[in-house]
Design a protein around this ligand. Structure first.
Ligand SMILES: C[S@@+](CC[C@H](N)C(=O)[O-])C[C@H]1O[C@@H](n2cnc3c(N)ncnc32)[C@H](O)[C@@H]1O
Ligand SMILES: [Zn+2]
Length: 202
């Protein structure tokens, strides 16, 4: 089937094969659908699922027994350079001051790039912090994966150490409830400094 413009006076009217055009549009939609599905699936894992958390908001829970040192799920997101990361960090900070929502999803990847995980298909963005975590985030090239650092029982919440800096400890009280919780979301390596500051205040 072809389509010719009725107002075209040319001896050789423009002929557009309608079926061919339609087919091309459909296949572009299919490609987009396949890409979105692949993106979505990259952010999921049969090892875990999202549920309401006793620590904060939503959390990620084991759907089966997970042995120590298992690659559980990818932390997916947008690759951004440091300038973009800083600008997003500032706007997230401003937003959090207005709304009280302190969630930050930007991960340091290298000295050039960060990964902004604030996309709905990134399940791992909902993993909460704990002072006694059962997971760690490992960087593999330009990708980040969450690995178990202990055996994890079915139904256990997945957690990792956010590694926040001690300088802003007052902004991030920790509600992990684990034995030995230091009361604030601060990276383990800075716990001695945190203890010194807390003692200095009392
Ligand atoms: C990346 S989000 C984690 C998912 C979050 N639970 C949610 O529902 O959006 C990080 C935010 O969760 C909260 N959070 C995570 N771990 C926490 C903890 N141990 N104690 C208190 N709040 C925590 C903090 O507000 C933190 O800024
Ligand atoms: Zn804690």
């Amino acid at each position: 089937m072809t389509f010719s413009f009725p107002f075209c006076k040319s001896a050789n009217p423009v002929r557009i094969p309608i079926m061919a055009v339609k087919k091309k549009v459909e296949s572009a939609e299919k490609i987009l659908h396949r890409k979105l599905l692949a993106l979505w699936e990259r952010g999921q894992s049969s090892y875990c699922e999202v549920r309401g958390s006793a620590i904060h908001g939503r959390g990620v829970y084991a759907t089966c027994f997970i042995p120590k040192e298992t690659k559980i799920i990818e932390y997916v997101g947008e690759l951004i350079d440091k300038a973009e990361s800083e600008s997003r960090g500032i706007s997230q900070q401003e937003k959090s001051q207005k709304t009280g929502d302190a969630a930050v999803y930007i991960f340091t990847l290298s000295n050039k790039y960060d990964l902004d995980g604030n996309v709905p298909w990134n399940t791992a963005r909902l993993i909460n912090h704990s002072c006694s975590p059962n997971c760690e985030a490992w960087i593999d090239g330009r990708k980040i994966f969450i690995h178990s650092t202990t055996d994890i029982e079915v139904g256990e919440e997945l957690t990792f150490d956010y590694g926040f800096d001690v300088d802003c400890y007052k902004d991030h009280p920790c509600l992990c409830g684990r034995d030995g919780c230091v009361g604030y979301i601060v990276g383990r390596s800075q716990w001695p400094e945190l203890q010194a500051r807390l003692q200095g205040e009392s």
